[in-house]
Ligand binder design. Structure first.
Ligand SMILES: C[S@@+](CC[C@H](N)C(=O)[O-])C[C@H]1O[C@@H](n2cnc3c(N)ncnc32)[C@H](O)[C@@H]1O
Length: 239
């Protein structure tokens, strides 16, 4: 077997949300490369004696991915764990891993996303929502236009804000979003909104529920999900 990479979603933080096949792939991997938060989520399944574990940052990730790929031998496996579901808001990194390891040598294992937990808690179904991630380094102008359209169309929106600690002008956090929508014709006094911080963390999780206008002066953690709730419940009895 050639070198193998598992790209795995490990859920929003609480290890109870890690699915069994993800644990299995982590256990058979000799190399583990991840960000601090994600490595902490899977720490109970790691074995420092047997595995080579690399904690990465945005700055050094490219170097480490390349170094590990070069050092690996055939029949060896590497895991790169991602928060939540690896298929949501991670493609800037996943696409690079597919380039380095080669598409056919990579297996992607989905995970439980923070937006699924937010959907569960707010009772706003994913299939009746517009899902947007602003947590990208690329341009978000088009996504902002889509956001206004959906809200004015009375759709619910589940979104990841954009924290950008080193350049506040690039931030698009709940307070910025509330002001942005107000300045673009949305009556933010009427719009119901939720902000969930630190989902699944038994000690730190918080839930804000109120009107969009209430967010203007509020700050939230980088680890937050926002739900614009315009959901109308509709059961099979109506059809
Ligand atoms: C790069 S995105 C990754 C999203 C992830 N793939 C997912 O499916 O949840 C990182 C953002 O996800 C959101 N996030 C991830 N875990 C979270 C948690 N436990 N609570 C709240 N938000 C979370 C936050 O908005 C965070 O800034």
């Amino acid at each position: 077997m050639p070198k193998k990479l598992f790209v795995i979603g490990v859920g929003p933080g609480d290890p109870d949300y890690i699915i069994p096949i993800a644990k299995e792939k982590i256990l058979i991997s000799k190399y583990i490369i991840g960000y601090r938060y994600t490595l902490r989520t899977i720490e109970n399944f790691l074995d420092k004696e047997r595995q080579q574990i690399y904690e990465i940052t945005m700055k050094n990730q490219e170097l480490i991915y390349q170094k590990v790929y070069e050092n690996m031998h055939d029949n060896e496996c590497c895991t790169v764990p991602f928060t939540g579901d690896v298929n949501f808001s991670e493609s800037e990194v996943v696409d690079r891993l597919l380039e380095i390891f080669g598409n056919e040598n990579v297996e992607i294992i989905p995970g439980i996303s923070s937006i699924q937990i937010a959907s569960s808690k707010s009772r706003v179904p994913l299939d009746k929502s517009h899902i947007i991630t602003f947590h990208v380094t690329g341009d978000i102008q088009q996504k902002k236009i889509e956001l206004i359209k959906s809200v004015l169309d009375n759709k619910s929106v589940i979104l990841l804000p954009r924290p950008w600690p080193n350049d506040l002008s690039k931030n698009f956090m709940p307070a910025d979003i509330a002001l942005f929508l107000k300045n673009n014709g949305v009556n933010t006094r009427e719009i119901d909104v939720w902000v969930f911080e630190y989902l699944t963390d038994k000690e730190k999780e918080t839930i804000f529920k109120g009107k969009m206008i209430d967010l203007e002066n509020k700050t939230f953690s980088d680890l937050s999900v926002m739900v614009i709730d315009q959901n109308k419940r509709q059961t099979y009895l109506e059809f």
